[in-house]
Write a protein that binds this ligand. Structure first.
Ligand SMILES: [Zn+2]
Length: 1030
């Protein structure tokens, strides 16, 4: 009989045949499951801790019922499930069905076997595919149930703070017969229906699919499975009609994006990994074609140490090329805030782990979910053996649509990496027709490339891919009207993209996410912990490396440093360092920083003891003196504070050589002391370099560079002006600050304590004042000017008690420039100060590291900071973002005490000529002051560099090579320069190496009298291996 003519009734007829709501008494869906049988018994116990299986199974289990609720939030229930399969089910496929809103894991014979998560469409554990008489019909399983959902336990909305009293309900636990033939036919019909609906009326293929589906329904008698094969043949006939040669090819890869902590704590992530990965491994056993791309070395390490049995199976699948480690980093870190060295360590720790565990490093950087990507990343990737990059987050841009999905991304030094955004704009696809069509349609590089990635699977503990996703894609592998779909690997995809790459476009500079700009500021204590711990590990590495050279008995603390670095790197995860996590995670993160500070202080003391033992040994007739150590690669002259003869702190002006130390007994006198004068409520301070005039509320009415007499503050303006903004985003509270917050600016002017002199001058002058901020917060600031120092320092304390407010400090400056400069990892970049185009004004709030600068020819003003990242420069106003007060997902975010320092530095010439880069380092890396007993000793320097354009950033022991040191330098001015690296360490051999410390071919460097000759192009990062001669 001919197909009926009404498109709508035909479509809806098929829909109803598949519906799980309507006509289930007589439609196909109603036949998916056959007989059911309750469990023989169900018992449980609950515990607030996450305990191992061995500990769980010996507990006392009490009775439990289906329909009961368990909790509260973050507790764990262990269920003992005894089941008995009815003998009458011989030959049938039998499932253990478990439905609850918690996250479950099935354990069988002491091993985890399957994750059960309703939101991940995983509610069945297959007991047998065809019940045989010989197999045991009675068995005992355990289900470990975490009393939290896939996305934690947000009260009222996903990102709301967790409800501590949430209970999860066990709505189903039983045995059922599963009708595989009904399932297969359902998948056929779903795809035909999707093709009919989505290809649209202008496409003949849509009608072919519709009429085939209609015919399938005609042929299929749901009460008589013998009619199914004929129905399936009809579907197979249309699926096997092939595409032409030019059709787009989709490379599908299983994936499960697991946030290392977010709306749940780190500890729960360990179980999420196990639940998801065991499910993937299980699925692979029955689907030999399935591949799975898996990132984050830290997560592999968690599973290795907590689930050794599962890990052994994963290792086997990695060796077979099916379970594919990707990314090369320790975690999927924030792409903006970690320092250059931190980013190197993300790769170093990650790639070394992958090499050690799986015998190869990753060849793709994988960061689909991070809030923007630093323009230094291409060089760092290439230095770590990676030339390919996969992400997609820029599809979240609020303002501008990014113009490419496949392109070359070029960093600030000119390094390029082949970059791919899956055009379906997701990393959690389900293998549906709609997603395939979106992938092809959305691809912005049509005609340039004809291949794209498609990552399928439920993330965040949803267990990754499902059988159904695979079964859908099998049917769509090559059917006319839909793109070709093949199960593939990242390597296969990038290899074909590389072949097709001749027509690709290039994007130069940062990949800025036009969203989530609040994450540069939210959770200020985490930001501060990151900056401080980066400094601590830097200093410990420098001082320990020098100590090894001075004292052969000293052991470089390699394994402790690795452990501390891994804690710091973990906290750089893309929901922790950005501050977009719940309070439980913040507590863990701050605890890790405390551990790094504690252990770091001890390691530093040990290194200083070994480095300067002779100077520190108490001697009978010794005079008291002070040892000052400098971990930076230039000589510094600064005011330090040291214990005086009577125990009180005294100030001293000292000069310390680069990466070395000096013994100070008689500090030298500055050419000009700091003068502090009070007149009519205002106070002036000057030190011969700069002169400043402050009003009674602590604002700068004048900031002069004395040499040139140049004024920095425009007439009638105030610098160091605090401003409070309303900060209510559209949804993503901790993440977003919206453009309209700028319209709510209120200057902070309520004075609590007027400006007064706190240090009268000499080596240091300072003034102090307090302000009321908002309704109930207070701010106290000490403004400090040191002798010879080119910047004015603002030591700031805030008692912060606001809700949905944003505090900034503003510096209007007398400089005209269309671009401001911001420090990034191992370099800097410029962003416009105007809002000409949508690309310009979308960057109303940006990030920077230690400094930003606004310069015109011959003069500029820089703003330095010791732990802030949010900033902006609009017209001639430089702003530093200080504190936010979002309420989700942590209602206590940022409430409490804060201390931070920023500084303003007017300068002649360019910021490069004026040494802004070095001064920002100085502010962040204070000199170390240690009481000594030795009366004198010559100053000692381990390293120095001949050019101010070159920063020697890192000195560390080489991995696995105790006889070698790695030094890392970068060109910081944006210039081509040749420089000499001098060292007083005994070096017998030197060679260039990559960031993974592998010597470069032709990288041998002659060790000359003047040192090592190094050639740099703009922003080039060089690593040098120095082999000690003793
Ligand atoms: Zn994520």
């Amino acid at each position: 009989m001919a197909a009926i003519k009404n498109r709508r009734t035909a479509l809806e007829r098929v829909e109803k045949f598949l519906s799980d709501t309507y006509f289930t008494d007589c439609n196909l869906r109603g036949r998916l499951f056959g007989d059911r049988c309750p469990l023989a018994s169900l018992s449980y116990f609950h515990t607030p801790r996450r305990i191992p299986y061995e500990e769980a199974v010996v507990q006392e289990f009490g009775p439990a019922q289906v329909g009961e609720a368990f909790g509260p939030t973050w507790e764990t229930c262990w269920f003992k499930v005894e089941l008995s399969i009815p003998p009458a089910w011989a030959g049938r496929e039998v499932h253990f069905v478990w439905e609850s809103d918690g996250e479950g894991m099935v354990w069988r014979d002491t091993q985890p076997v399957q994750g059960l998560t309703k939101e991940g469409e995983k509610t069945s554990y297959i007991l047998t595919r065809s019940l045989k008489e010989s197999e045991p019909h009675s068995l005992t399983l355990y289900v470990e149930l975490a009393c939290n959902g896939l996305f934690g336990a947000g009260k009222g909305s996903m990102i709301a703070p967790p409800d501590p009293d949430r209970r999860v309900t066990l709505s189903k636990a039983e045995l059922v017969v599963f009708n595989r033939d009904v399932y297969e036919l359902l998948v056929d019909l779903e795809i035909l229906l999707d093709m009919a609906q989505l290809l649209g009326e202008e496409n003949q293929r849509s009608f072919q699919a519709l009429y085939t589906a209609n015919q399938v329904v005609n042929v299929c008698d749901v009460t008589d499975p013998s009619t199914f094969p004929a129905a399936r043949d009809l579907a197979a006939a249309i699926f096997s009609q092939r595409n032409g040669e030019s059709q787009h090819t989709i490379h599908a890869m299983g994936h499960c994006h697991i946030d290392s902590a977010w709306l749940w704590p780190y500890e729960e992530t360990i179980r999420k990994c196990a639940r998801s990965w065991v499910t993937v491994v299980h699925l692979m056993e029955h689907n030999p074609e399935l591949t799975f791309a898996c990132s984050q070395a830290q997560q592999f390490e968690w599973v290795r140490s907590c689930y050794p049995g599962l890990y052994a199976r994963i290792q086997d699948l990695v060796a077979k090329g099916r379970f594919i480690p990707v990314g090369g980093t320790w975690v999927e870190m924030d792409g903006n805030l970690p320092s250059g060295e931190s980013m190197v360590r993300q790769f170093l720790q990650g790639q070394r782990f992958f090499q050690e565990q799986f015998g190869r490093i990753c060849s793709e950087f994988w960061l689909p979910d991070t809030f923007g990507y630093s323009a230094q990343l291409p060089q760092l990737m290439r230095g770590c053996g990676i030339q390919r990059f996969l992400t997609q987050k820029l599809s979240w841009n609020l303002v501008n649509s990014f113009p490419h999905h496949t392109f070359f991304w070029e960093g600030i030094d000119g390094s390029q990496v082949l970059t791919h955004f899956p055009p379906g704009d997701s990393y959690g696809m389900h293998g549906r027709v709609e997603e395939m069509l979106k992938t092809v349609k959305n691809n912005k590089d049509k005609g340039r490339v004809n291949h794209s990635a498609f990552l399928f699977g439920f993330g965040d503990g949803g267990g990754g891919p499902t059988q159904k996703m695979l079964d859908r894609m099998k049917r769509m592998s090559n059917t006319d009207g839909l793109p070709r779909v093949q199960i593939s690997t990242p390597d296969q995809l990038f290899s074909v993209l590389e072949k097709e790459s001749s027509q690709l476009c290039t994007w130069v500079g940062e990949l800025f996410l036009e969203l989530h700009n609040g994450t540069y500021t939210t959770q200020a204590q985490i930001k501060k912990g990151n900056r401080e711990c980066e400094r601590i590990l830097h200093d410990v590495e420098v001082l320990s490396s020098l100590a090894v050279a001075q004292d052969t008995a000293f052991q470089y603390p390699a394994s402790q440093l690795q452990q501390l670095w891994r804690l710091l790197l973990l906290n750089q995860f893309h929901d922790v360092l950005p501050g977009s996590c719940i309070q439980l995670v913040v507590e863990d993160a701050l605890q890790y920083y405390t551990e790094i500070r504690r252990a770091g202080a001890q390691l530093q003391e040990e290194a200083v003891q070994a480095l300067c033992r002779d100077l520190l040994q108490p001697e009978a007739c010794s005079t008291r003196s002070t040892l000052v150590l400098n971990t930076l690669s230039w000589e510094r002259t600064e005011v330090i504070s040291r214990p005086g003869p009577d125990g009180a702190e005294t100030l001293a002006l000292v000069t310390v050589p680069s990466m070395g130390y000096a013994l100070v007994q008689e500090p030298f006198v500055p050419p000009q002391p700091v003068a502090v004068r009070k007149q009519d409520g205002s106070i002036t301070m000057e030190n011969g370099v700069i002169a400043v005039c402050l009003d009674t509320t602590g604002r700068l009415t004048s900031l002069q560079l004395l040499d040139s007499g140049r004024e920095s503050v425009p007439d009638g303006c105030y610098a160091n002006q605090f401003a409070l903004f309303d900060d209510v985003p559209l949804y993503w509270d901790a993440w977003d600050v919206m453009d309209y917050h700028l319209e709510t600016r209120k200057p902070v002017t309520a004075l609590l304590k007027p400006l007064e002199v706190s240090l009268a001058g000499g080596l240091r002058g300072s003034v102090r004042f307090s302000l009321q901020v908002g309704r109930s917060s207070t701010l106290t600031q000490e403004i400090i000017l040191d002798a010879m120092c080119p910047y004015l320092r603002f030591l700031t304390q805030v008692e912060w008690k606001e809700a949905h407010k944003f505090l900034k400090v503003e510096f209007p400056v007398q400089v005209r420039s269309t671009n401001a400069t911001y420090e990034i990892q191992f370099g800097h970049l410029q962003r416009p100060t105007h809002w000409n185009t949508s690309w310009d004004w979308a960057r109303f709030e940006v990030w920077a590291h230690k400094w930003l600068d606004l310069s015109e020819h011959g003069f500029g003003v820089a703003l330095l900071n010791d732990c802030k990242y949010g900033a902006s420069a609009h017209r001639n106003i430089l702003s530093l973002s200080l504190l936010r007060a979002p309420k989700s997902p942590d209602s206590t975010a940022d409430i409490g005490h804060h201390q931070f320092t920023y500084a303003v530095m007017p300068h002649q010439g360019s910021f490069q000529e004026a040494g802004v880069i070095q001064q920002a380092y100085n502010l962040n890396f204070p000199l170390h002051v240690v009481p000594a007993s030795s009366p004198q000793c010559p100053a000692w320097s381990a390293f120095s560099v001949s050019s101010p354009a070159i920063v020697l950033d890192t000195v560390k022991q080489a991995e696995d090579r105790p006889e070698a040191v790695v030094v890392r330098l970068y060109e910081a001015h944006g210039s081509t320069v040749t420089a000499w690296l001098q060292t007083s360490l005994p070096v017998k051999e030197a060679m260039l190496c990559d960031l993974l410390e592998r010597p470069l071919a032709q990288g041998h460097l002659p060790v000359e009298q003047r040192g090592l000759k190094l050639s740099f192009t703009p922003f080039r990062v060089l690593s040098v291996l120095l082999v000690r001669s003793c």
